[in-house]
Design a protein around this ligand. Structure first.
Ligand code: ATP
Length: 394
């Protein structure tokens, strides 16, 4: 029905990018991007109306998001010729607006489009030999100035290469080396560089991508001392294992996977250096707290645990209850000894959820005068519950 709505407005409509690529790779992808040859915002409004959906528009960019009642979303962009400044050495050839839109993309594998207009519905459009590169499992840029135009594409190349088990093409690889040598990354704002790094660390298995970053001498953008040593690889492998364990047991619990990997990346650095890294990347304060403060408390706690192994549940609870999920997972991955991993996982799976249901008004009803004694009573009840001295029928 998107094609019909577009037809009524006299616009061409196409599904493009990652969604089409993933159809060819037989991978699921729920992000649908539609390109409109015409006014994308007008189309989005019309389409949303037909489906009782909401629409957010970004007039300045000619883009919109259509949000369906069940939360499903479609991104709509306008293909516009006039907003593209061609790289200097390229002849300005005749291009349809969909072709130009695809030409501006990062890699050939992301340039497939499927037409949606009813009379050509389902027609596959492949201007830049995307199908061939998918077959050859190659990541290739579309023109030689691609990385000059946007250096973040270097990180994207590595991310896609590792995610799909592809290889960065020869010419593309040469251009990456060149852009690293020429220092294009210095032009990139800390925030944008960090955003890419974060996406790499969000991948299912970021380890090989970090090794690839090293191949291209890119880890230095975090800090010149970061190398994929055997120790770092072992730490990353440990994180992967712990996260898999967590995700299996606590399917619905949301947490920031990348932060656990990032803590491992900067594990060798003291507070001051960690701070410098956070500043350089213009990190939000909530992340700075994790990397420059809580991480060090977690390391201290690990050290403490290695001397205090026969703890009562209540003592363990007091030690660990202040840590966020990410920090607990970091500690489990960083703990060298199996016995310490076990202690933390015992807290994680058994103790963490325990609370008391006693409220102030219960104590009042018992005739106890309000005051600091309330806290003491509640703590004592929680301790007794943690240590298995009282059972409740909650
Ligand atoms: P993912 O599964 O990681 O979301 P994706 O291919 O859907 O992969 P997005 O980052 O959502 O990637 O981008 C959507 C599309 O926009 C891509 O297919 C790509 O063609 C284009 N794109 C994104 N970033 C860039 C960029 N820096 N330069 C050029 N094109 C880009």
């Amino acid at each position: 029905s998107a094609g019909e709505a577009a037809d009524e407005l006299g616009y061409g409509a196409y599904v493009v990018g990652g969604f089409v690529r993933d159809l060819f790779l037989v991978r699921s992808n729920e992000d649908i991007d539609i390109v409109i040859e015409g006014n994308g915002i007008e189309f989005a409004k019309k389409y949303a109306k037909i489906h009782n959906a909401r629409v957010h528009t970004y007039e300045k960019f000619g883009t919109a998001v259509v949000i369906f009642p069940k939360g499903f979303k479609i991104d709509v962009v306008t293909a516009r010729l006039e907003y593209y400044r061609f790289p200097a050495d390229l002849p300005i050839v005749e291009m349809s607006s969909i072709k130009l839109d695809l030409y501006r993309r990062d890699f050939t594998i992301n340039t497939l489009a499927i037409q949606l207009n009813p009379n050509r519905f389902g027609t596959l459009i492949d201007f830049f030999s995307a199908q061939k590169d998918i077959k050859e499992k190659a990541i290739r840029i579309l023109h030689n100035l691609s990385f000059v135009e946007d250096p973040t594409r270097v990180f994207r190349a590595i991310r896609f290469e590792q995610r799909f088990g592809f290889t960065i093409g020869r010419l593309t690889s040469g251009l990456i080396k060149n852009s690293v040598k020429m220092g294009f990354f210095q032009k990139l704002s800390g925030r944008r560089a960090f955003n890419e790094l974060r996406q790499i660390l969000e991948e299912e298995n970021p380890t090989p991508a970090v090794e690839r970053m090293h191949d291209y001498d890119l880890l230095k953008i975090i800090h010149p001392d970061i190398k994929p040593t055997r120790k770092l690889i072992a730490d990353f492998t440990a994180v992967k294992k712990v996260l898999a364990w967590h995700d299996l047991l606590f399917l619905d619990e949301e947490y920031l996977r990348w932060t656990v990997y990032f803590m491992m990346l900067i594990r060798q650095f003291n507070k001051q250096k960690s701070n410098e890294i956070c500043q350089k990347f213009e990190m939000a304060p909530k992340y700075q707290v994790i990397f420059c403060k809580e991480r060090f408390i977690a390391d201290q706690c690990l050290y403490w645990l290695s001397f205090n192994k026969s703890l009562k549940n209540s003592e363990l609870y007091r030690e660990l209850s202040g840590f966020k999920v990410e920090l607990l997972l970091y500690m489990m991955a960083a703990a060298r000894r199996e016995s310490i991993k076990k202690i933390i996982s015992h807290y994680f799976t058994r103790l963490r959820q325990i609370t008391t249901s006693i409220k102030g008004k219960d104590l009042m009803a018992m005739g106890i005068k309000p005051g600091p004694v309330y806290r003491e009573i509640m703590d004592a009840v929680l301790d007794a519950k943690l240590n298995g001295q009282i059972k409740t029928c909650e």
